[in-house]
Structure formats: C-alpha cells, structure tokens
Design a protein around this ligand. Sequence first.
Ligand code: NOJ
Length: 683
Amino acid sequence: LGYTRIKSSYQEVETEVTYFVPMEDDLEIWRLEIHNKSSAKMNLKVFSYIEFCLWQALGDQNDLQYIQNIAVTKMQNNIIYYSTFDRKPGFAYFSSSQNITSFDCDREDFIGSYRSEANPLAVENGKCFNSIALGGNPIASTCSSINLEPDEKEIIFFVLGVTDKIERAKEVIKNYHNKAYVDNQFEKLKQSWESYLGNLLVDTPSDKMNLMLNVWNPYQCKVTFDWSRYVSFYETGIGRGIGFRDSSQDSMAISYVLPLQVRQRLLDLARNQFENGNVYHVYFPITKEGGFPDYSKPEMPFFSDDHLWLILATCDYVKQTGDITILDEEVEYVEGSKSNLYNHLEQAIYFTRENLGPNGFPIQGTADWNDTLNLPGPNNAGESVWTAMQYHLALKELSELSDRYKQHQNAQKLFQLAKRMKDHINKFAWDGNWYLRAFTDSGVPVGSSKCEEGQIFLNSQTWAVISDIAPFDRAIESMENVRLHLDTKHGLMLLTPPYTRFYPELGGISTLHPGLKENGSIFCHTNPWAIIAECKLGRGNLAFKYYLQIAPPTRNEIADVHRAEPYIYSQMIAGRDHPKFGMAKNSWLTGTAAWNLKATMEYILGVRPTYEGLVIDPCIPSSWSHFTIIRRFRNAIYDFDIKNPDNVSKGVISIMIDGEKVEGNKIPDFRDEKKHKIIATMG
Ligand code: NOJ
C-alpha cells in the first residue's frame, strides 16, 4: 500500500526497485537494490532516467513551441535542477546516492538521433554526454559505476523532488541518501496505512468481501477522497477540479476514520455555494477557485443535484462523528457574504424549491447525477425524476438534523415538503411497472415502457427505495424489473435498451456508444445503490449477488475480459450491448469505492451510524451463520459477533452489550476510548 515495487532479473543480475513518496517531504524515493547472482565479479553501469513535465500543463498541450524555450536544466554539485528561466515555479531536482560519473539533462542528447527510450545512445555508449538543457525537452539521467563481488548487493537511492529553494533540496537529499533514514520513512508510510486500515476488521464467510473490506475498499476510498476525479490517467487535472457531487459522496465513506479531513472538505465545498443555494460543479484545491465545466449550459449554469449532496454528506458526517458543531461554522458564499453551514444547507433546499419545472420535478439544468442526461431544449424545462428522489431524501435528512439542531419548526416544514414531493412522485412518475427517469424539455417521459429506447433506468428504481418513496409493493415490483431487465453476469446496467441513435432532446447520453458509460454500461457507482435498496427490502441473497458481481476479486477470475486492475473498482464495465461486454474502463477514481464501502458496512453487514449511536441491522446471504466486525465509531472500538443460527437474511432478535442483554437493535455512543463487545443473534 502506498508504494510500487518492480523486480527483474537479467544475466544473473537481480534488481528490485521500490518507489514511494515519504509522508514528510515533497519528493519520491527510488530505492534500487542490485544483486550479483553470478560466481564472478561484475562491473556494472547504472543509468537513471526521468523526463520532467513542462511546468505549465495547459501550455504543454497547446503551446509546446513556447514551453520548449523556457526550461533550464543543469547539474550543480551532483544534483540536477530543473526550473523555468524566470524560476517562478521553483525547482524540481533529481539526485543519486552514488558517485555520478556522467549525466544528461537534454532528452535528444541522451537518446540520440533516430532512436527511442528503448535504445538510448548514452546507454549503448556506456556513459552520458554531460548535456544541459536550455530550452528543449528537459530530463535527468545519471550514470554511475558499481563493482560487485559474487553474491554481493548494492543499494542506491535516487531522489526526485520539488522545492522552492535550492538550499532546501540539498538538506533534504542528505537525509534520503541515508539507508536508515529511508528505511524509517518507509516504515512510517507502512504504519500510516496500517493505522488507517486498522479502524475496520471484518471476518465473514466470504473471502472476497474480507479482502475488500479489510484492505482494498478503504484504500481506494482514501485515494478517491484525496484525488476526487481530477489528476489521473483519465483526467489532466486542468479542466476538472474537485467535483462537488463526487467529493461529497467520497466524504461519506471515510468520516469514521478521517473525521477532521472530511470536516474540512465539507466546509471547502460549502465555500463553493452561491447565496441562492446553487453551487459550482468543481473547484480547484490549490487556488480554491470554483467553476463549471465547458459543457455546462450557459443559460442554465447549474446541475439539478450538486447542491443537494452537501446535505446528504453533512448529515452523514454528523451521524458518523457526532460533531453537530460543524453546523455553526461560518462559511463564505461565492459572493463573499457569510452564513453558518446550517444556512448553507437550507439554501440548497431553497434552490431546488425555486427551480421546479412544469411537471413539478426539479429542473435538470446542465444534468443531474448522470452528467450526460442533458435534456436540452428551447424551454429550459427538462426535469429530473431522480433528482426529485434525491431532493426527497435531502429534505427528510435535513428535517431530522434540524430537530437535533433545535430548529424544530424548520424540521416540520422540511418534513411537510418531503411528504408533498413523495406523493407527487408516486402520482406522476410511476410508469405502471417502474419509476420514470426524467421529462424532456417538451414534457415527454424518459425511462418509460412507452419509449422507443431507454425504457427502464436503474437509478430511479434504486432511489425510489433508498429515499423511501416507493410503497412496499411498488418497491418490490420496480426492483424485480431491475433484476429482470438490467441484471447481467457482469453487473447491473444503467439502463436498457441503450440509445442507438442521437436524440436531440436527451443530449450527451445518446452520443455515447451503446453499452458504454452512461448509455447502458454497468456504471459501477450505481450498483451499490441496488445493494442498499435490496437490503432495505430484506433480500440479502440478491444484495450479495449484486455485491459479488462487480467485486474486484470476482473480476480477477476473468482478468482477460475485465482488462483493468483487478483489486480496485472501475468507473464502468461495458454493458451487454457492447461487443466487449465485461471490459472495465476508468479504474480508481470512481464513486463506486465510497458507495460500496457504505453498502457493505452499513447495509449488508448492517452496522449503521445514527445521531445517537449505532444500529445493527444486517441483511446477509441466508447461508451465512456467523460473522464478526471490529470497527471504530467516534471515540470507541466496537467488537461485533453476529450469529445467524436460523439462517435468515434479516432480523436481529437479541443483543448483548458487554455481557448485558439490551432491547432493540441500538448500540449507544460510548465515546470512552474503550473496546465494547456486542453479541447479536439474528432470527
Ligand atoms: C462521473 C462523474 O465524475 C460523476 O460526477 C457522475 O455522476 C458520473 N460520471 C455519471 O455521469
């Protein structure tokens, strides 16, 4: 966790290189170990090579000729420094713990004409050319000689860092050329992951679930929390910042372990809200500047759902941490005026209330959760049924929170609004067998059995259950139709049948190839919503089937079909209508991580935070007879032993807390830094 190791072996030379970023400095370490496995002495040359990026990411893309005239890369006292001529960005630097016998700073010199990184001239020559780069393509390459006796090993450290002062680089490098120091830094990194992961330990009959919950799922949640969807293999970090809706959802998974970071993130997000309750779609973490994406509709610069996620994320945070004081925090609106976080949440409700369309559902604006369901048209009147469901949940949640915040009148008002929206959805968005997804600008239903294509959408069925809109019979009927129409061996598809031509009234969704992304792929983010819905309905076998279908250890068994890292979730898996059905894309930065952690912890295993404490309400496969969970909740450790002697899926009949029998399924908030034993029996 937190490092990459590559081993190789060639002509009796074994090498192992470990790359990691230490906790305390802005640099990357390469620890290279070289082992002479032969019975003869060896004289080896070791070359390093990195290519620097060109400081200005946008210029690198659109004005390369300029950028290629501003770099200055030179060797100075055994360290290669790279900056621009005006030194504005500070310095990148590279060093080796070995004596450097030659070096290169210019890519063309190192590689040579008509060659590539596969056969650099310098390596063939056995030494670098001591080139400097004044403009051009800056690199750092070092060459050192090492002599190894039979079976002898040598360790070399390379340091690649950034700094604003050259002197600082020298000090830092001294530390990282020292083996004991580097080993200690590596240990600190390991310990930090161990302590992060140590907040949750499960033992269930499913090895796949154990592996995911004990290691990979929380690991990915930290990565999505830190990086949102911005810098990755798939995003340049220029166009897209921290996504308002993405980061709100990412926060919901990890406040049990990183409460302070989540608190700060929620306040940063709230700073991107306008006085009228609307929010920027993204913000950039370094400058804190907010914005809308290029595809945002200029006449309607808002998304119907973004601002409502702040309510859901804040309520989740308060339930997880008990920290209701976050609502008192004064936060600026984009315009500069200030109000406390509670008022920000109220404004989010206000924005949706003020932007209902002709059919009484939230106006779509640019899109809702589905970034490509744009519903354009001359009336600016496209509406989202799904957002109406999200709005209903936000109203209910904020109503409950308001009661705890002693805003009882407000709580009542919000409760009434929720009731009204629920009735409205059930009256006007029920298609006969399932819930509609949206209305186009001219008022035509989307996601109806009467549609030519896109007849049933997953999200409006799952959220009808998640947000308590569907009465029980409708909930079962719509989720049965999900099973019938959307379930596949690779996961649940977002809709079916996908759009096979462009529909001007739908927009982006019908520009995507059928079976990819929002046009009918298995959009993994939405599968845990189905798990939660099925758990709410008590169907543990089905919920677990949905869990396993997209679980990375399951995908690992068909890695050739899956084609992405088989230990973390991907954004999507190609749907039934694509020839590469089962192929994953956009791994790592996806809301799937957060929602799967929530779905498994809170709904399958059933340990759910409330304002007062925890409830225990599992919904498991009936074949399970026992499982355990040890988790942190606020300031105490809860050690659960859950028995299922009658092999049911749901229902808790008795609980013992620290040896004493208690009624119901609620566990108090102990906040005493102690460990508490809970034995629950299902039946
Ligand atoms: C990925 C985006 O980051 C997310 O915000 C959106 O909800 C999904 N795509 C679906 O469009």
